[in-house]
Design a protein around this ligand. Structure first.
Ligand code: PMP
Length: 410
């Protein structure tokens, strides 16, 4: 079912083929309406002033939090911290929780397929407090090597595991429920990076039971500058602060602050209220899609599977990832011609390919997608080109991509 007409940018630009949803998604009209409606009728500070419009704004933000809690399966709205995106969410775990609860010599185990947002904070933390960062690698099918993970966990010094739910390069769908249970078996806490899963597949943090789950609202049809950090109630008493200042404070003397409980403690300053109201509307939009998130997942998977099959027909193309099946979300396909087995590899450098597709109004991403360790230390490639899908894409979009690539390489 094509839903392009519900997305004003796509409806207004029918010649644009948007295949960059792994970076940020387009937004449906109802999300834009929700934001506009807030500005037209209810724009006032939240959680502070006591006049009716400010109370209404506070109530609207509370309702948005309740909607998001339901959307990710969180039982407690205090577990839902509003952030600007996955980067802010992972950094919050690093600097508000890990900095306070880990010590020199404690190991943090991440994976080589992670986005920089799930690597660099752990590198900085190592510099700051002496934690040790280690990596799990991939097997030949682009799947996480769970034997390596268990071997590393079984040593007993891993205090935190940081793993992506879906890879932004290979679309590998990691068995996070199994990984969460494994981390817990060996006494480690676990953060899941759900940037590429949330809004594409059903997420139930109550069932998965991670300590932290990070995601980007703007990749799940919500407004720019929105994200979520789920914090498990077992971590509430351990978590410190990230940014400090107004609103997150319950009392301040000239020498000492006292903080409000979660989620306010991690939401210092004036918030992106209209953004989170829009985000709640995005959650409603996805829930209202036929069969809800199961329907969304099924549709996106059908597109990704089709894209993989069609792209695979192009001579000398290298597709990255496990390919369609249970271990792949199929929400994106990355490919390159710049690999050793390609005869004219230099001619079709990924950046040039991305630019040339752009000239034909086909929006893809080329480069290393903020996952340099994966490219340099696992795939041994200089980069790739990525076509990524959301609910508004169609098989015709993919046909046009394939035809355009054929034209460029011939
Ligand atoms: N993690 C993954 C797996 C991602 O794909 C991205 C975005 N490309 C991020 C983290 C960062 O997300 P944000 O831009 O919302 O901070």
């Amino acid at each position: 079912m094509s839903t392009k007409k519900s997305f004003p940018l796509l409806a207004n630009n029918p010649d644009t083929i948007y295949l960059d949803s792994a970076a940020t998604s387009q937004k449906p009209q109802s999300v834009l309406n929700a934001e506009l409606e807030h500005y037209l009728n209810c724009n006032a500070p939240t959680g502070r002033s006591l006049y009716p419009m400010a109370n209404a704004a506070t109530e609207a933000l509370n309702q948005a939090r309740e909607e998001i809690a339901r959307f990710i399966g969180a039982e407690n709205t205090a577990s839902v911290v509003f952030t600007s995106g996955t980067t802010m969410s992972t950094n919050t775990v690093a600097f508000a929780w890990a900095r306070k609860n880990l010590k020199a010599g404690d190991k943090i185990l991440t994976t080589i397929m992670e986005h920089h947002a799930n690597i660099v904070p752990w590198q900085i933390l190592s510099e700051d407090i002496g934690t040790i960062l280690d990596f799990v690698h991939l097997d030949n099918n682009a799947l996480l090597d769970l034997t390596e993970m268990e071997n590393k966990l079984s040593v007993g010094d891993v205090k935190l595991v940081c793993v992506g739910h879906v890879s932004s390069v290979t679309a590998t769908l990691n068995p996070v429920k199994k990984i969460i249970a494994l981390a817990k078996k060996y006494g480690a806490k676990i953060l899941v990076d759900g940037a590429q899963s949330t809004g594409h597949i059903p997420i139930d943090v109550n069932d998965l039971n991670p300590d932290f789950y990070a995601c980007s609202g703007h990749k799940m049809l919500g407004p720019m500058g929105t994200g979520i950090l789920f914090v498990h109630p077992d971590r509430f008493n351990e978590i410190g602060t990230m940014f400090t200042g107004g609103d997150m404070i319950s009392k301040v003397t000239p020498t000492e602050p006292w903080f409000k409980p979660l989620p306010t403690k991690l939401e210092a300053g004036t918030q992106n209220v209209s953004g989170f109201i829009g985000l709640a509307e995005a959650a409603r939009w996805l829930n209202n899609y036929p069969d809800g998130l199961i329907g969304v997942e099924r549709y996106i998977k059908s597109l990704g599977t089709y894209a993989w099959q069609e792209l695979a027909q192009i001579p000398n193309i290298l597709l990255l990832g496990p390919g369609p099946g249970d271990s792949c979300s199929s929400s994106l396909v990355s490919f390159t011609f710049n690999h050793p087995a390609c005869p004219n590899r230099k001619k079709i450098d990924d950046m040039i390919l991305g630019e040339k597709l752009g000239e034909q109004n086909i929006c893809v991403r080329s480069g290393i997608f903020c996952t340099e360790p994966l490219f340099s230390h696992q795939l041994n490639l200089k980069g790739a080109t990525r076509a990524s899908f959301h609910i508004y894409n169609t098989k015709e979009d993919i046909d046009q991509l394939v035809q355009a690539i054929q034209k460029i390489i011939n």
